[in-house]
Ligand binder design. Structure first.
Ligand SMILES: Cc1cc2nc3c(=O)[nH]c(=O)nc-3n(C[C@H](O)[C@H](O)[C@H](O)COP(=O)(O)OP(=O)(O)OC[C@H]3O[C@@H](n4cnc5c(N)ncnc54)[C@H](O)[C@@H]3O)c2cc1C
Length: 427
């Protein structure tokens, strides 16, 4: 029988990080790298780490982003993960299979040309797509009925591919355990307790004229105190920040993935095509993508649908097979006929914590609370850098130094003095 342990009233930490997804883990790791003496706890409602959206992602990585901020966050994180895998010899499941972008309009091509000044992107000869089962000209009736266009350009991004987020999370977790960071799993944080810094013990405190602080958090296992609280709670952030009047500026957007398989996929998924070691992560017109999973011999198909997809939230979202059939599949089969007979062998759904204004993360401080959310569908490939920015913000540093030496102004990702360009490539 599982008997929950209740926390004693004197549980007090220097830093309590809520959330053990990639953001919470990377933050804990980088904080402990800077301050080996800090008493840190990582708290999660799930029974272990990486059970939230980190475990539900399409597990793709790329440094192909239109905004400089996204580029810096992703390229430095990719370089760090490469270091862990290649130099430290810890397998993170990273495979540089590339991202192939199939363009049906000039504005998309312009964005690619611009990004090509920052990272290696190569224009691919359209004839080469045939060997991948891709037809650049959908059938005329299909094109007319669906309003599709011919593919007229294709770009292969090289610093991109697939990875295994559970392995990245396990790497950070083991490093944290070695540094004596405490993990409090099966512990739901129910509220942030806003209190006056100098309590007078009148009912109704804190009053507007009192200086305030988050004194403790109420959890399913008792109260926990800390000097600083860090919310790495992704799409759940608003549940904790709304009641204390802090706006986290994100909205939930449901995202789904469908594993598909047939003989064609089994055959092509691990094949060396174009310049990559196996089939690349491929983005079709209308944003529909297939993520190769060579080990399983499947494709994972998905799309970041926008208008028409509401902002509602349920704790355990389910994938909708009819969404695949009437949306994702229709686009795929128009451009990739051999997948027509593929069947769904698995599916799941999660959420993007979506920054609907500029598609970049929010990392800000209010009182003794630091919030890191709004990863907008690319939190794993940016996870290492986000942890470094949070650690720099904790130290009050103006600039965070990323793994590759690039620097980023911590305030740029905040709210009040935010300075980031809109990210056009949220997939
Ligand atoms: C379908 C899909 C595809 C995606 N594809 C990609 C991709 O290809 N590449 C990529 O980089 N990113 C991708 N993402 C996005 C990526 O998964 C997220 O950006 C990333 O996982 C966010 O990490 P996180 O640590 O902020 O959140 P999470 O991993 O969700 O972690 C948040 C944690 O906080 C905990 N928590 C929340 N509230 C409480 C509370 N009150 N008390 C206790 N614990 C709490 C949760 O239990 C959870 O473990 C995808 C996401 C989805 C859904």
């Amino acid at each position: 029988m599982f008997i929950p342990r209740f926390y004693s009233q004197d549980m007090k930490y220097d830093v309590a990080i809520i959330g053990s997804g990639i953001v919470g883990l990377s933050t804990a790791f980088h904080l402990s790298e800077k301050h080996s003496d800090l008493k840190i706890a990582v708290i999660d409602k799930f029974h272990t780490f990486a059970q939230g959206n980190t475990g539900k992602s399409a597990a793709g990585f790329r440094d192909v982003f239109s905004s400089d901020t996204s580029f810096k966050l992703s390229s430095s994180s990719i370089r760090f993960y490469d270091h862990v895998q290649k130099i430290l010899g810890i397998d993170l499941g990273m495979k540089h299979v590339g991202y192939l972008f199939l363009m049906d309009n000039d504005s998309g091509s312009d964005v690619m040309e611009e990004i090509g000044r920052k990272t290696k992107i190569e224009e691919v000869d359209l004839d080469a797509l045939e060997s991948m089962g891709i037809s650049i000209k959908p059938d005329t009736e299909v094109k007319e009925a669906m309003g599709l266009e011919d593919i007229h350009r294709a770009y292969l991004a090289h610093n991109a591919g697939i990875m295994e987020p559970d392995k990245i999370a396990a790497f950070y977790h083991s490093q944290c355990v070695n540094r004596n960071i405490e993990f409090l799993f099966d512990t739901e944080v129910q509220s942030l307790n806003l209190v006056p810094k100098k309590p007078l013990n009148y009912p109704g405190e804190p009053f507007i004229w009192q200086d305030k602080t988050i004194g403790s958090i109420k959890t399913s296992r008792g109260e926990i105190s800390a000097d600083t609280f860090i919310l790495a709670t992704d799409v759940w952030t608003n549940f904790l920040t709304d009641p204390v009047g802090i706006d986290s500026h994100i909205r939930p957007k449901k995202r789904q993935l469908f594993k598909i398989r047939n003989e064609f996929i089994e055959d092509v998924v691990g094949k060396k095509v174009l310049a990559t070691e196996s089939f690349p992560f491929t983005v079709f017109p209308k944003g529909v993508y297939v993520r190769p999973s060579p080990g399983e011999k499947t494709f994972w198909a998905g799309v970041a649908d926008d208008i028409g997809r509401d902002f509602s939230f349920v704790e355990d979202p389910e994938a909708e097979p009819q969404f695949y059939t009437y949306n994702v599949y229709q686009v795929l089969q128009a451009y990739m006929k051999p997948i027509t007979s593929a069947s769904i062998t698995g599916m799941w759904a999660g959420y993007y914590s979506y920054n609907t204004i500029d598609g970049n993360p929010y990392i800000f401080r209010d009182l003794n609370l630091i919030v890191a959310t709004g990863t907008s569908g690319s939190g794993i490939m940016k996870g290492d850098a986000i942890g470094r920015v949070v650690a720099a913000l904790y130290d009050g540093e103006e600039k965070a130094k990323l793994y590759d030496g690039m620097r980023i102004n911590t305030a740029d990702l905040g709210v009040k003095n935010r300075k980031v360009e809109e990210e056009k490539l949220v997939l």
